[in-house]
Design a protein around this ligand. Structure first.
Ligand SMILES: C[S@@+](CC[C@H](N)C(=O)[O-])C[C@H]1O[C@@H](n2cnc3c(N)ncnc32)[C@H](O)[C@@H]1O
Ligand code: SF4
Length: 394
């Protein structure tokens, strides 16, 4: 029984500790039709309908166990990510039935999707289930780039899926990857022109990361592909910044842009390091510490096999205590890449006293309890953070 497992595993001080509060929830769906060569997320293409059925039952049971343990909090954001959550529609109904009574009135409920699965029936189905935000993994509108990234859709489908998604959902986000092998400024320009034309409400744009132990990384080690130079990567980033600003987007984090009012509530939970519950293989959750007391990070194992999918109830979660000082350092690191900066509450005052804050000079700014870093310096954040922590002797 998962309830007993959590009662034994978690410190009892967390029992009912989120009763009456609104938190965030992440749910991981690890199934993919095809494995992209750059991807390091928890995923598998080796599964059948019985593993899918098992997995959804496990998510439902895990939700009940965690939710009861924490004192039945409400959810102000839910993000179903993957893997490829868009492989499924009706399979979500029993899980959503459990979740629905706990949505706050204005909850943001996102499903992560692949262009190949976008059609009117699926879009309407997700909407009827309660999803009100769609995140679409376009990556690039360029056919050469899609091949380099080993994606299975083409540029026409990328464009069509975005237009169709926008005709049903009022809040559509697009994932882009830039700095893929041999990408030119003209090719990036094409992506930015498509965005200007199609106007999704939100964009996340990440430079390609060569994650260790992925086929893409092996190609890099063999010299088959080269990493885009730091200089060109920075030029790309600046092109993205200026083009998206000209197309009416506001950059509210290092890699995230939105139309006014469409900033992702769920992503902000991570950057502000607020509490989020996580369910499913490869996911990790966070119970925020207070000024006086420890918090907790927990994670589900990332590796997936047919055997683990058939014996989900024996999965062990790893837990790690988070002490206020570590939490504070991480929260500043994460918050300084965020336009609104980091709110320095009573916890922060222990580590960054007013005498230091009030003497801070550009590119830092300290105003009405918030510490911000000039947007132009987000790219060099680690350098500035070190300076700040040296000043405070942490
Ligand atoms: C884990 S994927 C899931 C989305 C969905 N399965 C898809 O492929 O469209 C979430 C997003 O992470 C980004 N991503 C994944 N691996 C990445 C990498 N190695 N470098 C940069 N971005 C990456 C991609 O933009 C992707 O859309
Ligand atoms: S990028 Fe998406 S579709 Fe590709 S392997 Fe990763 S999770 Fe699966």
């Amino acid at each position: 029984m998962l309830v007993n497992y959590l009662n034994d595993k978690l410190p009892s001080k967390f029992k009912n500790s989120f009763s009456g509060q609104s938190i965030a929830l992440y749910i991981h769906i690890p199934f993919c039709e095809h494995l992209c060569h750059y991807c390091d997320f928890a995923k598998t293409a080796n599964f059948g309908s019985s593993q899918v059925e098992n997995y959804f039952s496990y998510l439902e049971e895990s939700f009940d166990a965690w939710h009861d343990f924490l004192g039945k909090p409400k959810f102000q954001s839910i993000f179903v990510g993957g893997g490829t959550p868009s492989l499924f529609v009706n399979e979500y109904e029993p899980l959503m039935q459990k979740l629905r009574p706990y949505f706050t009135n204005d909850a943001e409920i996102t499903i992560e999707t692949n262009p190949k699965h976008i059609n009117t029936k699926a879009l309407v189905g997700w909407q009827q289930l309660g999803f009100n935000r769609l995140s679409l993994g376009i990556q690039t509108f360029d056919d050469t780039g899609l091949k380099e990234l080993t994606r299975k859709h083409d540029s026409l489908l990328a464009e069509q899926s975005l237009s169709l998604s926008k005709s049903v959902f009022e809040n559509v986000s697009v994932d882009l990857i830039y700095a893929w092998p041999r990408q030119t400024t003209e090719q990036l320009q094409l992506d930015l022109l498509k965005i200007a034309k199609l106007q999704p409400q939100h964009i996340s744009a990440y430079a390609l990361i060569y994650e260790p132990n992925t086929p893409m990384h092996r190609r890099l080690l063999r010299g088959v592909v080269d990493e885009v130079s730091d200089k060109l990567q920075y030029d790309f980033y600046q092109m993205i910044q200026s083009s998206l600003a000209a197309s009416g987007y506001c950059q509210y984090e290092l890699s995230n842009w939105s139309k006014p009012g469409f900033e992702s509530r769920h992503n902000q939970t991570y950057w502000k390091m607020e509490t989020y519950l996580a369910l499913g293989i490869g996911s990790h959750g966070f119970l925020k510490p207070t000024a006086k007391d420890i918090g907790l990070r927990y994670s589900y194992p990332k590796s997936i096999s047919l055997k683990s999918l058939n014996t989900l109830n024996t999965i062990d979660i790893e837990i790690e205590e988070r002490h206020p000082k570590d939490y504070f350092q991480e929260a500043v690191l994460s918050g300084l890449r965020y336009k609104k900066g980091v709110r320095l509450d009573s916890l922060a005052q222990c580590y960054l006293p007013s005498s230091i804050l009030e003497g801070l000079q550009k590119p830092f700014q300290y105003h009405e309890g918030r510490l911000t870093l000039d947007q132009k310096e987000w790219f060099r954040e680690n350098y500035w953070i070190r300076k700040l922590f040296d000043l405070a002797n942490i």
